[in-house]
Design a protein around this ligand. Structure first.
Ligand code: DIG
Ligand code: MN
Ligand code: MN
Length: 388
């Protein structure tokens, strides 16, 4: 639609994984409902929709075990499609969750041979990602977890995880790869419990790595929601830590399996605050790690992809409205109560501490003052509903 202000452009930096629009609709209780997509067709279709880039797991592009000549042919065809469309590959990752060898973990397997296979597979996948231009490398530990905690992996698992990430950061350093690693949390599924389940867990873990500067997080909307947590709060902590290296956008109903719904499909207000934060403090790819409902045919898949991007742009406009709404800005200003003199005392010095300890404060007023949050939230809701 020409002149459609919600139409995606390359400047929006929207990306999709090959596995997202290529999701064939298989689930634990049902067979595929859609045919597999040729990665080259996916590149062209996403380009036509206005996406900026495409991501992949190694196996999404080059079938596991493909001979070198076949690998090279596939990569050449894929690169030709990228060149023909101007699409880029900002992120790559490894599938460390489908091969049955990883059934009890990849980096955290209790079998050293499996951990060695996971490192081998990941180094090869990093080579492929860098070859196609990736600057961010995601680790989602889909099998790094447990159902049987009595097997003694609770501490060893973290140690093996750390060893693997340190090894791969050293590999990137030795290869001269300009790669940043984005760790992606998820609380459970497919394992009963996944190690390092949330953004907060990963931020703490990154601090224990040898090269923490190479590591950040790739928060996913559905995964924090599955843990009953606020995605905007998780994003804010990642931004505050300077560790928002990538983001997986989608949607999710509370207390359910990982639904990877179309962005904005379920929680519009949470998605609004997500977009408001990203528009203000993030300039990386906006990756929709989501897929069309199993019910959908090819037409539904591309409607899903277009919907993710369109909803993001609508919410970006709503986020700008929040900044421009004078009544709302005044209500937020009134909500904040600065006090230069007290804030001076809250900058530590022995003198300030002594003065603050002796200072009398208007406690009765502090206990009874209404901050006006209902009014603020109503105005935000009305912007979202399109009546302000
Ligand atoms: C699932 O949310 C995970 C895998 O799809 C992939 O490893 C990662 C990359 O976005 N997200
Ligand atoms: Mn997910
Ligand atoms: Mn994801």
């Amino acid at each position: 639609m020409s002149g459609d202000r919600y139409a995606p452009t390359r400047e929006d930096r929207f990306t999709f994984g090959l596995w997202t629009v290529g999701n064939v609709g298989r689930d634990p209780f049902g067979e595929p409902t859609r045919p597999t997509l040729d990665p080259v067709d996916t590149v062209h279709a996403l380009s036509d929709l206005g996406a900026w880039g495409v991501n992949f797991h190694d196996d999404d592009l080059v079938p596991r075990g493909a001979p070198a000549a076949e690998r090279d042919r596939i990569v050449r065809r894929f690169r030709e499609a990228l060149d023909a469309t101007g699409m880029v590959v900002p992120m790559a990752t490894t599938n460390l969750f489908a091969d049955p060898a990883f059934k009890d973990g990849a980096f955290t397997s209790a079998d050293a041979r499996v951990r060695a296979y996971a490192l081998q597979k990941t180094m090869r996948a990093m080579d492929l990602g860098v070859e196609l231009g990736a600057r961010t490398y995601v680790f989602w530990g889909g099998r790094e977890g447990s159902e049987v905690d009595g097997a003694g992996k609770l501490l060893d698992g973290l140690g093996w995880y750390r060893d693997a990430l340190n090894y791969l950061a050293d590999y990137a350093e030795a290869q001269g790869y300009d790669l940043r690693f984005a760790l992606e949390p998820k609380p459970n599924e497919p394992r009963g419990d996944l190690f390092l389940p949330t953004v907060g867990s990963l931020l703490g873990f990154i601090a224990t790595l040898d090269r923490p500067e190479r590591f950040g997080v790739n928060p996913e909307f559905a995964h924090e929601a599955m843990a009953g947590l606020s995605f905007p709060h998780a994003l804010a902590q990642a931004i505050d830590a300077g560790k928002l290296f990538h983001v997986d956008l989608n949607d999710q109903k509370m207390a359910r399996f990982d639904q990877d719904l179309r962005f904005g499909a379920e929680n519009a207000k949470t998605a609004l605050f997500t977009v408001a934060l990203l528009e203000k403090r993030y300039d990386g790819p906006k990756h929709f790690d989501a897929h069309a409902l199993r019910t959908e045919d090819a037409r539904g898949v591309w409607a899903f992809a277009a919907g993710c991007m369109r909803t993001y742009k609508i919410l970006a406009e709503k986020a700008r409205r929040l900044e421009e709404d004078d009544e709302l800005r005044q209500a937020i200003a009134a909500y904040r109560m600065p006090d230069a003199e007290l804030e001076g005392l809250m900058r530590f010095s022995p003198e300030n501490a002594s003065a603050l300890k002796d200072r009398s404060l208007p406690l009765d007023e502090l206990r009874t003052r209404g901050p006006g949050l209902e009014r603020i939230d109503q105005m935000v809701t009305e912007v979202l509903l399109g009546v302000r």
